[in-house]
Design a protein around this ligand. Sequence first.
Ligand SMILES: Nc1nc2c(ncn2[C@@H]2O[C@H](COP(=O)(O)OP(=O)(O)OP(=O)(O)O)[C@@H](O)[C@H]2O)c(=O)[nH]1
Length: 347
Amino acid sequence: MSDEENMDQIPDLVPANKKVPITIITGFLGSGKTTLLNYILSKQHGKRIAVIMNEFGEGDSIEKSMSVGSAGELFEEWLELRNGCLCCSVKDNGVKAIENLMTKKGKFDYILLETTGLADPGIITMIDAKNCPQQLKEKKKDSSVNEVTRQIALSDIIVINKTDLVSKKELEQLRTDIRRINSFSQLIETTHSRVDLDVILDLNAYSNANSSSDSIGLEDVFRQRGFKPDEHQHVIDQTVSTLTLERKGRIDKVLLDEFLQDLLWEKKIKNSEGQTIEILRLKGVLSLTSDDNHHVVQAVYELYDYHTTTPWAVDEERQNTIVFIGRNIDREVLEHQFSQCLQSDSS
Ligand SMILES: Nc1nc2c(ncn2[C@@H]2O[C@H](COP(=O)(O)OP(=O)(O)OP(=O)(O)O)[C@@H](O)[C@H]2O)c(=O)[nH]1
């Protein structure tokens, strides 16, 4: 069969009416990623899960399969990708690899991606409770953000693993340090990576899929966590931190695009001390002037995109919540810029 014919068949392999969630698992060497994957695979009976491991280094892509299911109904495929950038892997090699997997093995219910510490986008970040405090202190020669800070900043779920190896006081301090970097992400504490699988497998934040009825959208996450704008942050923060803004009304997408492009692409937006505001991750739920649906905006560094989710209820007050995670965050500047994107007759 030619490649073209092969590609034509791929859409049929994806479960009907359902986009397959892709979850990225990242973390430092030895933080417990493999333990987590093995735990997930050992528990998720009756589901078909593809695990994509993203490793860095020389050598050809290696495919290795392993079978964990007891009754044979559970099948997992491990696939190792090479080359550094996870964005490229996901968009190019990764997609191809997933397609090949589906061609060979049929439909999957979940796709899990494991990456080593160098990949940028992370969704679930594994933290080694014992070693993380030291990793957080690491100074990069070029004064860029260190690896573990970046992983924490980018994540939707942070799993603090190996809590058996630290005291209560050390754990409390670590929680505070992590929250300071990313106050949006959900924090889970474990030993041997034993997480609540519903939380891990329903996470769909980085998938390009539109919200489907059975996946948790960002707006649900905001709602479930009772998310409130941070009132405390008035000063410029030169470390990595989170800022949340909330505005009533409707956003003009043309104006928002201009703002996001100035912020993320052109890096034109400076704090009040003239330093560039560096965004690592951005997420938001918006009410746009263009239609009556919720829109989710997400960015990882320069890359950003929107997707449309559920309609606003007729009597629901329209509001826009946006979370910035980055460095040199300046509340006043970002607040001003974001407010400029509101439709002029919005309050
Ligand atoms: N004490 C303790 N050890 C753990 C825990 N979780 C995992 N380990 C051990 O830590 C070691 C590393 O765990 P892995 O799951 O291989 O970590 P990893 O992130 O996949 O590591 P790499 O493959 O090197 O990137 C293994 O020996 C695990 O048994 C935990 O909660 N407590």
